[in-house]
Design a protein around this ligand. Sequence first.
Ligand SMILES: [Zn+2]
Length: 150
Amino acid sequence: MIRGAHGHPGKVGHMRVSDTGPRCDRGHTGCVSAFVTIPAVEHNAGGLPFDEVLVHARRGEEIPLRAVNDAIRALGVVIGNLTCIADVDKIIVTGEGLPIAQFDEALLAASVSEALDPAAEPPLLELHPFKFADYAWAAAVSAIRLVLST
Ligand SMILES: [Zn+2]
């Protein structure tokens, strides 16, 4: 677990991962939120609901498949950059959008590797099944860490 100067890890939601691409809701071009969030995937897939995006992408339909693959590549860039900066040995990927990472784990691993410094070791990627209670666990852990650090 990484703890930053302000008691939490850094925020990567609007990290730039591409010079081109869609804009996020804050107007950034090519930031991770413009590719990886569920609303972004739905938008980039032509407005399909998230579950349908995955169905159409599995059928190989161009626009949904591009939206999913772009999301996977963007996630890989973020993971690769984090690994370069923090030298972590394991990244746990979870959340409501986990099916994106699960869609093509080989593409995710390749995207991570492409973003890594040649001297960096690739992290172990753990795709953790998401349960809504994970939000509560994460909040509880953060609160306990905050109390213990003061
Ligand atoms: Zn953004």
